[in-house]
Design a protein around this ligand. Structure first.
Ligand SMILES: [Zn+2]
Length: 321
């Protein structure tokens, strides 16, 4: 059986209504933040469409079609994603998919193509999808999945029905985490702000020990603020291949400080020693971090960037002291 997440309910109900009315479009774009289970939603729908005895909740999980899906060998569904060593989905992959979609369904039902993440199709790949979107073969359904739908060319996007997956209310996310992963729930809940409220992302981060890393980084910022540590040492201790993590965790901590300064309730970990900083200095610092983050897809010298960030932090703390 496919996984059903409670925050998918509204989107799922809408899809069911369309299906009952025979109005299911031939192309969907499932979008939303990372860690909301968008692929699971696509797979749940695909399984339901291919199942021999589906109900409103999805596929039956027992029929021959469901067994084939579970084994990854149903002939009427195909996924494409980027290949191991590539950052993009290339035209060859999309062409193979569109050729697959153009063939007759083996079981006389739908023929499904899933593209994930759809925003990494390069321009040629996206263009080669247009014909299938404009003149869909009978029974064909394309499901695009993306965290960053704005990066998909408008020509493709406009031909898909958008299915936005919302971030659940905090109370719903907490309840789900407590039920799904009782041992990790407390730590995962603490990760919710960093995860943008996305429960699966928060759980993944807790499993990876990111909460501890965040705590450590907060302590390092404090040590720099009080002069107990030097920027070069802190930078040298940060693993070189983890610059992206630093560029995610730093803004989170700075945001918490800004929230605290503006009188709002900060959530989770907040550097303590830095509470006397000017808001303008914090905003300026945040801009620097975001600048680096925008560049991070190119090859930056991780050690130099980390050092620069810790030096700047050290400097604004010294100026405030
Ligand atoms: Zn079934």
């Amino acid at each position: 059986m496919s996984t059903a997440f409670p925050w998918h309910d509204a989107a799922w109900r809408r899809l069911q209504q369309q299906q009952r009315g025979g109005r299911l479009p031939h192309a969907l774009l499932i979008s939303g933040a990372p860690g909301l289970g968008k692929q699971a939603l696509a797979e749940r729908l695909a399984a339901q469409l291919l199942c021999r005895q589906p109900d409103e909740a999805g596929a039956c999980g027992r029929c021959p079609a469901c067994h084939l899906i579970a084994a990854g060998s149903h002939p009427d569904i195909r996924h494409i994603t980027r290949e191991d060593d590539s950052r993009v989905i290339r035209i060859d992959s999309v062409r193979q998919l569109t050729e697959f979609m153009a063939m007759k369904s083996q079981y006389g039902g739908y023929r499904l193509g899933l593209i994930h993440p759809a925003d990494v199709m390069n321009t040629n790949a996206a263009n080669s999808l247009l014909k299938t979107l404009e003149e869909p073969p009978p029974g064909a359904m394309l499901v695009l999945i993306s965290d960053r739908p704005s990066r998909i060319p408008a020509t493709v996007r406009s031909r898909c029905q958008q299915i936005p997956v919302p971030v659940p209310e905090r109370v719903e996310a907490v309840a789900w985490l407590e039920q799904t992963a009782p041992e990790l729930a407390r730590r995962a809940v603490a990760m919710l702000p960093l995860a943008g409220g996305a429960p699966l992302q928060a759980l993944k981060q807790a499993e990876a020990g990111i909460d501890q890393r965040l705590q450590d980084l907060g302590a390092q910022l404090d040590a720099l603020a009080t002069g107990r540590s030097q920027p070069a040492d802190v930078a040298a201790a940060w693993p070189k291949d983890e610059l992206p993590l630093l560029l995610d965790l730093l803004p989170h901590l700075i945001h918490q400080l800004i929230r605290q300064q503006s009188g709002a309730q900060a959530e989770g970990i907040v550097p303590q020693a830095a509470s006397g900083l000017r808001a303008s200095a914090l905003h300026e610092y945040l801009a620097t971090v975001y600048n680096y983050r925008a560049l991070a897809e190119r090859s930056l010298n991780a050690e130099l960037v980390a050092e620069d960030l810790f030096i700047r932090w050290h400097r604004i703390c010294r100026q405030a002291a």
